[in-house]
Design a protein around this ligand. Sequence first.
Ligand code: UDP
Length: 239
Amino acid sequence: MTEDLRWRRVLLKLSGEALMGSQGFGIDPDVVSRIVGDIADAVRLGVRIGLVVGGGNIFRGVQVAAKGASRATGDHMGMLATVMNGLALADALRGQGIPARVFSAVQMPSICETFTQRAADDRFAAGEVLVFVGGTGNPFFTTDSGAALRAAEMECDALLKATNVDGIYSADPKKDPNAVRFDKLTHQEVLSKGLNIMDAAAIALARDNAIPVIVFSIHTPGALVDVLRGKGRATVVSD
Ligand code: UDP
């Protein structure tokens, strides 16, 4: 049943923090299993899904650098953290009967495949879930930028940004009771209002390639399928 889908070929950005649950660090297998269950439901509807996973649950370059390492070293550690998360996600997907393949922006051929657009396209066409790790492969970038880049390369209809909240707010709703939630925005409004949902480079890349960005809570079970049907609670960023 693909006919009621609004989005059929998507890039889903999962932050590393989404995987750590309440334990404050690392990967919570129960949380991974629940998120992967939602992804599996979407795949069974016929949606092509590429995942970009962050690494903030393990290492963030900026935080490592604050403790004395160089920023580039910290970012290399952060990129490696995304690989660990991606391996866990792909394994969990396969465990639920969904074919999945990890493509890394950084070469590590004994562990996973190196990303090339052509190889990824072949596997996408074959119906596999693609798990993109290593961000852009460069320090001083984020996995949000990696997500916008892969969304453009894989010609995705939309970039889905899974977060802890149900959309974009004018301020952090957990800290500011007066924060206003938006149903719709343009990419330019996100940039000009300085809304802190993805880094500016990622939003600009999505804007320049006319890719809508949909922000929703990954913690609401079933929210992913609702978003793919154009329903559910989310903020849609498009021009
Ligand atoms: N990183 C990087 N280049 C990239 C993507 C990520 O250097 O293209 C590093 C950077 O140190 C970042 C870390 O990997 O802090 C983890 O990624 P991110 O902070 O985007 O993860 P998330 O916040 O989504 O968990």
